[in-house]
Ligand binder design. Structure first.
Ligand code: SIN
Ligand code: FE2
Length: 206
């Protein structure tokens, strides 16, 4: 067993194959309404290798001129994001330990060869809520460290149906995806991995 940083929880095998298939159907419907787009780094405009879309009242986006941010509309279509599917809200209610609903679900699609560098999720105003991450499709090598850049990291393999919760002391831990293992799941019609992250963005009024 790999010792994870405090506040980082890996729930292996949380979703049944039937739930995974139902979620993939939900995400296909989201992508039909809000197509995957290629995000770009702030300032340099360098494209990310992961393609993205969102569902929820707010979606996380990034491009050269606007940088990292949440916004209520899709950057290419200008339309509001589709709503968060009930199955995702149910997973949030079961695992987040947070009494308010998620506002954003970032959908990441990793083709074989895509990766995501170490980063913190810190564009939200509310850090009392965890970030809840769901893996579907091909397995990946996920890396997580502490809350300071450059610290020690540990790597774990995430399989389809696994969850990761970054909460409490782990909410601002650095994390990233070093590689995808193509051909390790037959859930999707094409090789690759879908990652869903549920987030609370705004602070509820007291
Ligand atoms: C993310 O940090 O947005 C994605 C993490 C993952 O793909 O597991
Ligand atoms: Fe992240």
């Amino acid at each position: 067993m790999t010792e994870l940083p405090s506040g980082v929880r890996h729930v292996a095998n949380y979703l049944t194959p039937a739930d995974q298939a139902a979620l993939v159907d939900d995400i296909r419907a989201v992508v039909a309404e809000a197509p995957l787009y290629t995000p770009a780094m702030p300032r340099t405009g360098k494209p990310l290798s992961v393609r993205m879309t969102n569902c929820g009242a707010l979606g996380w986006v990034t491009d050269r001129d606007g940088g990292y941010r949440y916004q209520p509309t899709h950057p290419a279509t200008g339309r509001p994001w589709p709503s968060i599917p009930p199955l995702l809200t149910a997973i949030w209610n079961a695992l987040s330990g947070y009494p308010h609903p998620p506002e954003a679900c970032l959908v990441n699609f990793y083709a074989p060869g895509a990766r995501m560098g170490l980063h913190q999720d810190r564009d939200e105003d509310e850090f009392a809520a965890p970030v809840l991450s769901i893996s579907l499709g091909d397995a990946c090598l996920f890396r997580v460290g502490g809350t300071q850049r450059g610290g020690r990291t540990v790597s774990i393999r995430l399989e389809s149906g696994d969850l990761v919760v970054l909460g409490g002391a782990g909410r601002l831990c650095y994390h990233g995806v070093d590689r995808i293992y193509p051909g390790t799941s037959d859930l999707l019609r094409q090789p690759g991995r879908i990652n869903l992250t549920l987030r609370r963005v705004t602070r509820p009024k007291p």
